[in-house]
Design a protein around this ligand. Sequence first.
Ligand code: IVH
Length: 692
Amino acid sequence: MSRTDDIKRMRQLEQELDYHSQRYYVDNAPEISDFEFDALLRELQDLEATYPEDADPNSPTKRVGSDLTTEFESVEHRYPMQSLANTYSSEELGEWIDRIVKELGEVEFVTELKFDGTAISLCYENGALKRAVTRGDGRRGDDVTNNVRTITSVPLKLRGEGYPALFEIRGEIIMPYASFDRLNREREAAGEPLLANPRNAAAGTLKLQSSQTVAHRGLDCTLYHLAGDNLPYTTHAEMLSTARGWGFKISDHTAICRSREEVEKFIAYWDTERKALPYATDGVVIKVNSYAQQRTLGSTAKAPRWAVAYKFQAEKALTKLLSVDFQVGRTGAITPVANLEPVQLAGTVVKRASIHNADQIAQLDIRLGDMVYIEKGGEIIPKITGVEQSLRTSDSKPFEYITHCPECGSELVRFEGEAKHYCPNQSDCPPQIIGRIEHFVKRKAMDIEGLGGETIELLWQNGMLRDIADIYHLDPVQLASLPRLGEKSAANILEGVRRSKDVPFERVLFALGIRFVGETTAKYIATHFLSLDAIARASAEELAEAEEVGDKIARSITEYFADDNNRRIIESLREAGLKFDMEIKQPTSNALLGKSVVISGKFLGRSRDDMKALVEEHGGKNLAAVSANVDFIVAGENMGPAKRQKAEKLGVKILSEEEFMALIEGAKPIEREAVSEPETSAEAKPVQGTLF
Ligand code: IVH
């Protein structure tokens, strides 16, 4: 076939694939099998690989995503993205309706579901998707086009005709419950933290760097608002049905209501029926239908006056409390977890709920056998929010909280100001040790691939792991002989262990799992003290001088280093070659000595990290937030408007990239005395620690 034929075939395949995507994802009426669809897709992929310059940027093959990383560009919305006024009360909603009717006379309202996802604005030019931008601050958002292209219900090219040459259509990116459950199952199996709810999952997914991963996450997009100049529609309902004809996914669950009663009926219906929907909704949006009337009502600075969101009460379920388990975490903290008679709640079946601590059990007077109310909050597992006293049996007895660790039998302790009970047996209580090892290897800590929860459990059972230091003394032969492992996995683990020796000190400090020392606190402490030995030597008062460290954290650190077992583990880790010192760049000049700098926005020739490195190389300090302590800000292309405003208010100087470069370019290099290898002075050098 000639090149011309091939290109013709590419255009034909694009059209066919777009058509079948629409039939499948939007209309729910596929005409060909998945197998046939994949064959067409592969044919197009092959042709695009041969003629990359002729590939359409909106080709259906872009749906599968790419694993290239995308830095999100901040772009201005052509029309600001407003939010909605909220109400939880039907009286307030009634007053809003009455007010509008009084002002306008006869009014039609369109009622829609309020989708619980993350807002998106899609820009179409001549019927092709040009850009997809998140809400951001309403004026500017992140350009997430490559990720949104992978969402199969977003049309890359519009069908039909009559669409405006340029318009933005807005809606919600949602993660249906089925995708959300699958994602969390995968994360659980991989030992990754679970996502709290479909809304967070959708927002997080949209900001992933790999659109290939986005493509696998099963996002969906439903649209509900059009923005453009001189739109040829007279009502919102007309716009919705027209846009549906162009191929957009627009909810069928809408109604036209002519009175307060009709609106209330719609709300009452969906407050129950939404439980059967395959995605999360958190309310109903009520909009004035006529565009002319919308214009009369206008907008406030934040939200239109012609629309309001009525939020549903959080979904509740009533079920029986069967028993309570007590889980022991890696820090020894005891968490009671309720086992419930399985019950449907907000799209999933719930069998367990958290109760937090003993005080809460006492406060709510929760007893075994009670009928309890559960609700989903921002957390992963729902919580018990109350007891239905009227259904309590006469023989029920107050709950007796445990006094001893269910795993090792030690007597539990309670720290001042802490609601939780703790098992103090840090060195011998199995879930604490296993939990600490799991924490040590996780991605944000030592990032040892191949050592997941199951493998750690296996190594523990076989006596090969008793503490985190044992990880560096694993025997390759013994490892490979374990059931379910084999040579390949063993080699993979050992390679991960070897690579972990390069993990920077602040992450090693976090990995140790000192109670209350999280990722950010570890960074502050590491930067303040520069070495593990200095931290180990510091008194509680000295520790509290580091940023973010209060008395509680300081005491926890001194207790950690006072423990003989911990000191033994640390010595063993030192011998294994872990980094116990902060690597700092030796400044090459003093041009920015004593200066605190904020780097903000995108720069022409360098990444933000490169800019920050330059600040340090010239003796300056990088700060994240604008405050009166900042000497100047270097503003790139898209510095956030909030930051700029704050800087102006505080009188902090704003430099351009060129001004900043001019400031450091002529800087005199620091003359170092008796440095034997001056050519390496610009490289990273560890600060030497002293033994403790
Ligand atoms: S209309 C100018 N309709 O709720 C009007 N918003 O709390 C723009 N939302 O930012 C919004 N479902 O992200 C509209 N049917 C719906 C909606 C909806 C969900 C979201 C949207 C908005 C937020 C306000």
